[in-house]
Ligand binder design. Structure first.
Ligand SMILES: [Mg+2]
Length: 163
């Protein structure tokens, strides 16, 4: 049993560089990660807002996955949604595709937001301390609390536009 039975993977900005409506350059590390999940038994669902309109944008994404040898279980739906039948629903009833893991360049895990809140409390103290004690001792402080320091910097970076 894989760790994640269903994995929903975004396309633009995730499997390839975001060049919408063009198909961007493949993101090799993400692709190999997704393929490894598939090898371990995860069912990969392409989860994208691309549709086939005057240009077959969705087909282009599916073709990309084929060319990259990413085995797709489904596209924008989860026929194996274990909760649908239990609740008298068709698997296609929900607008959100059910998955155990979502990989998406626009995603933020709520745990990161909670961590940001904790880091926000402590980061100003660390910065005040570093301003007072000077650059050499600042290095010591960073060394003593590297995870917290990195978390604060990371959270500041990703949350910057949301605040
Ligand atoms: Mg995207």
């Amino acid at each position: 049993m894989p760790k994640y039975e269903f994995v929903a993977v975004d396309f633009d900005g995730t499997l390839c560089a975001d060049a919408f409506p063009e198909v961007g350059e493949p993101k090799a590390l993400v692709i190999s990660y997704v393929k490894r999940l598939a090898e371990e038994g995860s069912k990969i669902i392409l989860y994208t807002s691309r549709e086939n309109g005057t240009r077959p944008l969705l087909d282009e994404a599916v073709e990309f996955c084929k060319a990259q040898e990413i085995p797709l279980y489904a596209v924008n739906e989860n026929p194996g949604n274990p909760h649908a039948a239990k609740n008298g629903l068709k698997h296609s009833d929900g607008r959100k595709v059910f998955a155990d893991l979502y990989i998406d360049d626009k995603a933020v895990n709520p745990l990161a937001i909670e961590l940001f809140s904790a880091a926000e409390i402590i980061a100003p103290e660390l910065q005040w301390v570093s301003a007072v004690i000077g650059p050499n001792l600042r290095q010591i402080a960073e060394t003593l609390t590297p995870h917290l320091w990195r978390a604060a910097a990371y959270m500041r970076a990703i949350m910057r536009d949301a605040r």
